[in-house]
Design a protein around this ligand. Structure first.
Ligand code: C2E
Ligand code: CA
Ligand code: CA
Ligand code: CA
Length: 275
């Protein structure tokens, strides 16, 4: 038994070393991938619920890894934040998205995620605006998505960033709304153009009447504040119909379309809206 225990200990010891090594090589790999442009934009449609037309796309990063294939954000966003390459990653992906979508019909907007770590960088607004100038992409067709928690982590940094981008005509959305610990009075000061109601509320509304009351309240909150609303994670026609009926402005989710590469998104946007 003693021997076995020791063997087990050695096993865990080795696997911990392996874990550290795997993490270190992931870090090296991410840095290399950012430098060589392996992170690519995927586009998920943002649909106007009133007429089912495509208003724009949320830009979501995907890692086209030379050996592993398509890698999802859950694997690399957190690590990219910790090793200080998240801004390069996000802006690199958005730059490609701007270049690809500049000439799409209907002037769709692109909505980009900015993480709390990026928000702390004082030069972020300047970097974003100069990238848009370089790609000749109109700022009025860009929207920035910031989570409640990011805003609350550093209210002054958030306020400075939001003031700078809004002055340039960029719109600002509050992402994952309802999941954080924000004070509504503080959020209102920041003047968001749109709130994105978190997917968990859409799921709850499918489950029972209580969930529907909650989502109706969030849509109503947007309407009374004169702020547009997007419901995230719509997977069923039933959800889409309910939210349309309650006056939610936009919908996003697998029901309307998965995140897709630029060429597919370009084809989608050329389809005319429902009359
Ligand atoms: P998010 O901003 O909340 O993005 C929405 C996530 O929900 C995306 O996951 C999207 O693919 C997924 N989704 C969309 N519709 C549905 C649906 O109907 N059902 C379900 N179950 N999921 C749906 P994804 O693409 O894996 O991205 C995860 C997170 O990674 C994003 O969450 C965002 O916070 C972050 N992220 C992605 N790209 C970037 C980036 O370029 N920069 C930064 N800073 N963060 C990014
Ligand atoms: Ca988002
Ligand atoms: Ca979200
Ligand atoms: Ca999220």
């Amino acid at each position: 038994a003693k021997r076995e225990g020791r063997g087990l200990f050695r096993f865990f010891e080795k696997s911990m070393e392996e874990e550290i090594e795997a993490r270190r090589s992931l870090e090296v790999d991410i840095k290399r991938g950012v430098a060589s442009g392996e992170f690519r934009p995927y586009f998920q449609p943002l649909v106007r619920l009133a007429d089912s037309s495509v208003a724009g796309f949320e830009v979501l990063a995907r890692w086209e890894h030379p050996q592993l294939g398509l890698v999802m954000p859950a694997v690399f966003i957190g690590v990219a934040e910790e090793i200080g390459v998240i801004t390069d990653l996000t802006l690199g992906v958005l730059r490609q998205a701007c270049e690809q979508s500049r000439n799409w019909s209907g002037d769709p907007i692109l909505s980009v995620n900015v993480s709390p770590v990026e928000l702390k960088e004082p030069a972020l607004a300047l970097k974003l605006l100069s990238m848009l100038a370089e790609t000749r992409y109109p700022p009025s067709r860009i929207e920035v998505e910031i989570t409640e928690d990011a805003v609350m982590t550093d209210i002054d940094a958030a306020r400075a960033f939001l003031a700078a981008v809004r002055a340039a005509g960029i719109r600002v959305a509050l992402d994952d709304f309802g999941t954080g610990y924000s004070s509504l009075s503080k959020l209102q000061l920041l003047q968001f153009d749109k709130i994105k109601i978190d997917r968990s509320f859409v799921v709850a509304a499918e489950r029972d009447a209580g969930g529907r009351k909650l989502i109706n309240m969030l849509v109503g909150l947007g309407r009374s504040l004169n702020v547009e609303t997007t419901a995230e994670g719509i997977e069923t026609a039933q959800s889409a119909d309910h939210l349309t009926q309650k006056g939610c402005t936009y919908g996003q989710g697998y029901y309307f379309g998965h995140p897709m590469p630029g060429d597919e998104a370009a084809r989608l946007i050329s389809i005319p809206a429902r009359p």
